[in-house]
Write a protein that binds this ligand. Sequence first.
Ligand code: FES
Length: 193
Amino acid sequence: MEQSRRTLLLGALATTACLGCSTQSRAGEDAPGSDERPQKGDVLVFSEGDQEGKPITVADLPAGGPPVHAWPKDPKTSVVRSGSRLNEILIIRLDPADLDEKTRERAVDGILAYSAICTHAGCPVTAWVKSDVGDKDVFKCMCHNSEYDPRAGAQVVFGPAPRRLAALPLAIADGSLSVAGSFIGKVGGVQPG
Ligand code: FES
């Protein structure tokens, strides 16, 4: 009872908060290219924490999660593409044996990248928690509790999200992660972001 009341409250708060969500969430980051979607060859850098701005290496990714939050960065201009919140990415390292066939084909040494933007109303997907409907950890959007399984192409396993998270092809060179292609699938929520 208490749990569902709390969940409702969290959802209501988050809905209100997300009415103000914009694709341009970080003021002052207007360098040319900063709001362009990830491009092939971009390096991936931490988007938060002590290592913000530092390139992400395989060694930075804990096996089995949680995910690391990243921005793409243009290696030629050094512009971090943080001018659009739709560019935030979740990178996770999983056991290849746990991935479904299609997801395994796209993974690089079990490492996968997905859009961090929930496909429901466009909140950021912030949690890595045990699923409400199984015993595995999943990506979770705390706005209205949508859950996505990164082992199965980030398909929706719980909640109101209408479709899976967009996937981002990856490459690894000298232990560092980079973007190998454009997002697969639509980025962002069904309600205006
Ligand atoms: S925005 Fe509603 S569940 Fe994520």
